[in-house]
Design a protein. Structure first.
Length: 183
């Protein structure tokens, strides 16, 4: 895959901040070093997301929310937006470090429906009556930046930092990127 220009959300974590996070002195970093070996390098990677407008009813109140689901396999956490991101929320990046979308749109919608239902039920199961969940894809494809920290001596393991949310991701994100790197 050659370098190309992509539109990505502006990262909230710089390369220096990511390096400090991956090489810090916290318990989780110490655990990673003991389990996988020393930090070898870091890299920025971009994941495609599809944006959907979701409408539903909670009791007598109608709700409209914008959710974004990753277009790779739908396993990463959803993003929620108060409005469609503006041009000022994006930057154009020339990179070869992006994951290609592999999820079918119908599968993405089904996964999104399950995840949104989980979010709604967490707000109050007994408030859900006549949910009438409507999902419509918005014509905006976006990428989300992540930082990968590579640990190990022989076989590299990766740890994932979400560059927008400024938080470490879990095993699902590590598995997604490790399978992408192995392909």
């Amino acid at each position: 895959m050659g370098p190309t220009y992509i539109q990505t959300l502006k990262p909230n974590v710089t390369q220096q901040e990511a390096l400090r996070t991956f090489s810090g002195a916290g318990l989780s970093t110490l655990y990673w070093r003991m389990r996988s070996g020393p930090l070898r390098r870091i890299a920025d990677v971009y994941v495609p997301y599809w944006l959907y407008r979701v409408q539903y009813n909670m009791g007598r109140t109608a709700h409209k929310t914008l959710f974004a689901i990753d277009a790779v396999n739908g396993s990463l956490d959803l993003f929620t937006f108060p409005h469609i991101p503006d041009a000022k929320d994006f930057i154009s990046v020339h990179t070869r470090n992006y994951v290609a979308p592999s999820l079918q749109p119908s599968d993405a919608e089904a996964l999104l429906r399950q995840k949104v239902l989980r979010v709604i039920f967490q707000q109050g199961f007994f408030k859900v009556r006549d949910l009438n969940l409507e999902i419509a894809r918005e014509p905006l494809d976006l990428h989300v930046p992540y930082w990968l920290g590579f640990y190990g001596h022989v076989a590299a393991r990766c740890r994932v930092l979400n560059a927008v949310r400024r938080r470490m991701e879990g095993a699902k994100a590590s598995a997604l990127f490790e399978s992408w790197l192995a392909a």
